[in-house]
Design a protein around this ligand. Sequence first.
Ligand SMILES: O=C(O)CCCC[C@@H]1SC[C@@H]2NC(=O)N[C@@H]21
Length: 249
Amino acid sequence: MSEWPEGYGLRILDEVDSTLNEAARIAHGLSGPEWILAHRQTAARGRRGRAWVDTGGNLAATLVLFPKEPAGTAALRSFVASLALHDACKAVGGAGCDLTLKWPNDVLVNGGKLAGILLESAGQGGSLAHLAIGVGVNLAAAPEPEDVEAAAVRPVSLFGETGVKVAPERFLMHLAAAYAGHENRFLAHGFEPIRTLWLARAARLGEVVTARTVASETVGTFETVDPSGNLILNTAKGRVAIAAADVFF
Ligand SMILES: O=C(O)CCCC[C@@H]1SC[C@@H]2NC(=O)N[C@@H]21
């Protein structure tokens, strides 16, 4: 069993609107990194303004950090967090659990979406007052397919895919320990080792994917993730770097 990492605080709430909102409310009073776990969120949100369906029994948590790097570098922690999620899911789900990472930071199990990450921050002029990494993992149950976008990867749960039952607190022990390890790697050696580990776990690397934003759609072969975290696609018009999009397979 993983040990709680030194230097990280923890608060556990029965119910909150969103652990990301709670992070914004309490960040100014914190003196170091803090995990916030909620058993129920009444207004959980996902990427790109979508709602995040909170069915209960799942992990809903936010890590508040105080990065010293410029905002763009600090945001690479979405990859740090997705690696940590991958490790925690592997530790809990066992060897039969086929885990991959979908750019920018979803965790897939057996090809279905198990977990998502949403980064939010506060600060001015390119430096951050705090960074909040919101993490949702479908431990017990996944939303119904009709509750997510039609073309989205099908949502799955850890229990549904592996039969493993794990309480959010126990899962967070694994996640917090894994996160601390990858955070130390990121602080000591920068993004490169994180990028290498992430690519080794990437879904659909070398395959044709579609990256969609509200304004555009790019189809190309998923070549790599560059040192800035961009998705690199080889398209009919050449190599394209994409900073933000939804990827469809
Ligand atoms: O769209 C995604 O894939 C990201 C989902 C992030 C959900 C988590 S649950 C804990 C935290 N609080 C929120 O309101 N959202 C994040």
